[in-house]
Design a protein around this ligand. Structure first.
Ligand SMILES: CO[C@H](O)c1c[n+]2c([nH]1)[C@H](O)[C@@H](O)[C@H](O)[C@H]2CO
Length: 446
């Protein structure tokens, strides 16, 4: 029976725009996700995060759920425009008070706060001046980070500068499915560079402020497998690995963008200006941990057209989630092993892993999400194998504590251990809540 180390951290994760609601209350400024979700056609089910789980007003009830779940830590993000409504300058004290109350309740419950500084809800005022394409946003982020390090100097266990810079760069600025909804590959490359620079400035500020806790960044990483062993499919998989994984791993741990990708982009007409030596060392300065969000792998082959000339495959023998993602627990073992060996991070936390299912209460109001229990069990067993083989993994966070606003899919995708009835905002603990409660308590997966 696999036991995790006694000091292994089990937690759950959420994000501000996805759970808080109160989108324009108590002085909060507009975010790019408020604007994006309010723009007709952007959200599949036509919903918004205006109310979401109404966590802003119900956080005490939610902390009680966390306490009942028994987690060691709780990962949440701070809404930048709730602190700085214009992005920088004037502080919104009521916004700061909310997070002070939340961290205070967590500490009373004996739960370690894990804070994501940026989980996609950029102040709209900064977007109006170029957003992440602009140096001003890089500087504003450093100020925002430093202010939070000063305001929460002792309370936070882990600080995560950015959640998934790949998604911010390429889904938000190339695919256009996320805010701000741009479809411009050159912009996406510029954004990825600025996100890394802003990460470096925030780490620098963290060290200068001598803030307690640890600091890192969270990347979404996916093993990429060639559809066949043909040379062109293997090359396609290498290109995808560069696009999805090495584009951020290399600068953060090796101080350089991957050469093969720079050449490929240049060949396609997207030359990225070289990083200066100073920028390289700023981006690659040591961090205390790497956060990994893992959900699925990708299977690719040579394709026509588009920038990457790849085609994605869905292996017919696999099972898939409500998001259409392949269930592939082995991929968590693979990515942890690969990152540990190739990039040697100080420490690793799995900052997200979870599954969307079409959960609905039965006639007795219960939700038997056995498929989620099976998913979490299989991924924890895969993770345990990597830990057993010496990979430096110190914690695991389920996405998510509760059902919430799933970006372009709105409220239609449910990832929670807790069901949310969006008409009454009632929380209903699913079967997986009780299963995970046992895992957290025993540190054992059975
Ligand atoms: C492609 O999967 C990504 O790694 C990923 C999946 N997820 C994420 N990133 C985000 O960090 C969360 O805000 C999402 O709610 C969550 C579920 O979709």
């Amino acid at each position: 029976m696999p036991y995790f180390p006694e000091d292994f951290i089990f937690g759950v994760a959420t994000a501000s725009y996805q759970i808080e609601g109160a989108w324009n209350e108590d002085g909060k400024g507009e975010s790019i996700w408020d604007r994006f979700a309010h723009t007709p056609g952007n959200i599949q089910d036509g919903t918004t995060g205006d109310v979401a789980c109404d966590h802003y007003h119900r956080f005490e009830e939610d902390v009680a759920l966390l306490k009942e779940l028994g987690v060691d830590a709780y990962r949440f993000s701070i809404s930048w425009p709730r602190i700085f409504p214009e992005g920088r300058g004037r502080v919104n004290e009521k916004g700061l008070d909310f997070y002070r109350s939340l961290t205070g309740k967590l500490q009373e419950a004996g739960i370690k706060p894990v804070v994501t500084l940026y989980h996609w809800d950029l102040p709209q005022k900064l977007q109006d001046k170029g957003g992440w394409e602009s140096q001003e946003t890089v500087e504003a982020f450093a100020e925002y980070a430093r202010f939070l390090f000063q305001s929460f100097a002792k309370e936070v266990f882990l600080w995560i500068t950015h959640n998934e810079p790949w998604v911010v760069s390429f889904v938000g600025h190339y695919e256009g499915r996320h805010a701000p909804g741009k479809r411009d590959f050159k912009s996406a490359l510029q954004v990825s560079r600025n996100l890394l620079l802003s990460h470096g400035l925030a780490v620098q500020a963290f060290r200068e402020e001598k803030t307690l806790g640890s600091i890192g960044i969270t990347l979404n990483l996916t093993p990429v497998h060639p559809f066949s062993d043909s040379e062109e499919d293997i090359l396609a998989a290498k290109r995808c690995d560069g696009y999805f994984n090495r584009w951020f791993l290399d600068p953060l741990f090796k101080g350089e963008f991957p050469e093969d990708m720079l050449l490929w982009y240049e060949k396609k007409g997207f030359a990225l200006p070289q990083l200066s030596e100073e920028e390289k060392s700023l981006i690659a300065q040591p961090i205390d941990f790497l956060g990994i969000n893992y959900y699925f792998r990708r299977v690719v082959g040579k394709g026509e057209g588009a920038i990457f000339e790849v085609e994605f495959f869905n292996p017919p023998q696999s099972e898939y989630t409500d998001m259409g993602w392949e269930i592939y627990p082995e991929g968590l073992y693979e990515i942890v092993k690969r990152v540990s060996e190739e990039y040697q991070p100080e420490d690793i936390y799995i900052t997200e892993n979870g599954i969307a299912l079409p959960d609905q209460p039965d006639s007795k109001g219960r939700i038997n999400d056995q498929k989620r229990i099976d998913y979490l069990r299989s991924h924890l067993l895969a993770l345990h194998r990597a830990v057993d083989e010496g990979c430096p993994v110190s914690g695991y966070f389920v996405w998510s504590l509760m059902d919430n606003f799933e970006w372009g899919f709105g409220l239609s995708k449910r990832f929670g251990l807790v069901y949310v009835d969006y008409t009454t905002l009632q929380r209903i603990k699913k079967a997986s809540f009780y299963w995970y409660q046992k895992v957290v308590k025993s540190k054992r997966v059975d």
